[in-house]
Write a protein that binds this ligand. Sequence first.
Ligand code: NAD
Length: 374
Amino acid sequence: MFDINRVSILNVPRWEAVYRAEICPGIVSIVAIHDTTRGRALGGCRILTYENESAALTDVLRLSRGMTFKNAIADLPLGGGKALIMCDPEIAGEERERMLLEFGKFVDAVNGDRERYITAEDMNTTVSDMLVVKRTTRHISGIEVDPSPYTAWGVYCAVKSATRFFADDLFGGNGDLRGKRILIQGIGKVGHTMAEHLDKAGAELFVSDINPSSIDRLLTEVPSANVVAPDKVIDQEVDIFVPCAGGEVVTKYNIDNVKFKILCGAANNQLATTPIGARLQERGIVYCPDYIANMGGVCSIQYLEIERLSEEETLERIANTVDQRLKLTFETGFANNLSFNEAVDHAVKELIWGNKESTLTAHNRDLFPGACAN
Ligand code: NAD
């Protein structure tokens, strides 16, 4: 049992509930439940070091809201949440196991007797980590299914769709990936599979990772890939840039240096701020919203683990949903003269809240349960 006194509730306006606990001495975990209008909140747990707790909170809040939007645009009966554990991702052995067991108890405690937040793997956590977490909570998905290959498949489908959609404007009518110069940042679980898809499609591949062993592993399978130093990524002359490492890739400091024509990757929050989307678009650069491009992983959990679709049906449904939602985004952008990152948010708000974002917090609900139910 997790001692509930170790859990504090952070009152964050517009988030249904945000919980913090020191799950092991010196190791803080935060669970953010953004919105459960469409169903229980699903979102993975990442292990990461942060400069301070405020930076960690900002990250988990943005990510959890992103999950609400991603689950809605993917048409899944799920809300959005996210969790993080603030510590060195390299933590290993008994220490890692103990931490993951405590994290599971924390997840169980925030759920109480309701199904509110379901955790899963994310950055720096693996399926085997989640098997440990499962020993102390049943509120977990992505155990039977490793979502990463499906995330990669979704990103690949998004790259293909965007290239076809903008073939005339960007590539002289050639909407094929063959021969296109494509750079992947981060050759981890998603980036590696993505590289294999793009190599098969005949793209000229560029890869970058801060971890040389990730690059070495890829080069044994795709020896023709060109390696780019991590600090030379942003101004590479490529057609398509696929961020599969961390977020905030395009910022006000580097936007004038970017040379790609399409930005489409798995990383969450690739744009440092919302106005960056409009600035990219003014330069004729197409941004495929992160939460459409990377929806394949969460879709795979729903389709394979919950709806029990076959592998083939799952891949086809991911491809169709990504394609349809991207087209909807581009068309909404054109119709309303919005940047594509704003266009997709516009479409999702309509889907979830009839275009009025909820301002309820768990605190409000606890204080005024009667009025909030009206
Ligand atoms: P991962 O941890 O397996 O891989 C990330 C890789 O990026 C690592 O190899 C790491 O060394 C590298 N990296 C980190 N910083 C870098 C930098 N500055 N330059 C170059 N390389 C760098 O993570 P993943 O599961 O492949 O996920 C990649 C991204 O996609 C993350 O942002 C994650 O949140 C997002 N995402 C993943 C999934 C999924 O199913 N795994 C789903 C949705 C979104």
